[in-house]
Design a protein around this ligand. Structure first.
Ligand code: ZN
Length: 288
């Protein structure tokens, strides 16, 4: 048995059933309330999770105000063109090595947060997000899953005009507007997930399914991404990787996000994340 971790108004909490339990309280102060401090201690979290039934719940998850389970990672990576059908829909060749960009941690928001749109060309990208536990350098592919603290849902929201405003494209900026990284609702330890390499991932907008695929279709799988990144930079607890999106994105269909749209993202075993879009300016993307 592992653990399910949430961020309730800035405080780490463990989930059991419908309830959450404040981590600082159930650990009698051995953990602080800070969500980042819980990361990297899977055994202690699992041990506490086994004893939750003897504690009084702090509240119902369904009525809690949830923040991002990992609010301030040192590094936040994104991976482009990591599903064949997605590369095909964009008329792009699949890269020989992972196409990696930075999603600035400042774009991360919680699983019910509004997504602020600043142009008519913003897009959804449902993705599996990997959270690093034990860090490391030069991690072998065969050992990579041992370095994963947990998994969660993410949306790699993208402003396509800003993304492609320069050549080569600046993925970092187009995907790092404030609120462009909703994650959650729960950070789930890998052993709580039945098929870590084959998770169904579905994104719907206003109830219309736009993306429906399996993470088994990744070109560079999770171990390959971790191994590749760790050859370049030391990974530390809490680093996150948006692992790429399947086909069905809006730009391929001429269906961009608009004010009031509701994005729902579901991954097997990780729950569902629901984010509403709010248009916050009339910026059209051509003024920079
Ligand atoms: Zn993406």
């Amino acid at each position: 048995m592992g653990f399910r971790l949430v961020n309730v108004e800035g405080r780490a909490a463990l989930v059991a059933g419908d309830h959450y339990f404040d981590l600082e309280e159930v650990s009698a102060g051995s953990f602080s309330a800070e969500p980042m401090d819980a990361i990297g201690h899977p055994e202690r979290l699992a041990a506490l999770s086994r004893m939750l039934s003897g504690n009084t719940p702090s509240g119902l998850v369904a009525s809690a105000s949830l923040g991002p389970p990992v609010p301030s990672p040192q590094k936040s990576f994104g991976v482009g063109l990591n599903y064949q059908a997605h590369a095909d829909e964009g008329g792009m060749d699949v890269p020989d090595t992972p196409l990696v960009f930075t999603k600035f941690p400042s774009c991360l928001v919680g699983p019910t947060a509004d997504v602020e749109l600043r142009s008519d060309f913003c897009d959804y990208e449902g993705e599996l997000v990997v959270v690093i536990g034990p860090g490391g350098k030069d991690i072998a592919r065969a050992d990579a899953w041992d370095h994963v603290f947990g998994l969660m849902i993410g949306q790699d929201i993208s402003d396509r005009v800003v993304q492609f405003a320069a050549q080569p494209p600046h993925f970092d900026l187009g995907k790092s507007f404030d609120t462009f990284g909703p994650v959650g609702p729960v950070l789930v330890s890998v052993d709580e997930v039945t098929a870590r390499d084959d998770l169904r991932i579905v994104t719907a907008v206003n109830g219309e399914v736009r993306q429906d695929a399996s993470t088994a279709e990744m070109i560079f799988d999770v171990p390959t991404l971790i191994s590749y990144l760790s050859r370049i930079t030391t990974l530390v607890p809490g680093d996150i990787i948006f692992t790429g999106t399947p086909d069905g994105i809006g730009v391929a269909q001429g269906k961009f996000l608009a004010d009031g749209d509701v994005i729902t993202t579901t991954i097997d075993g990780l729950g569902t994340m629901t984010n509403r879009c709010v248009r916050v300016s009339d910026y059209q993307g051509d003024e920079i």
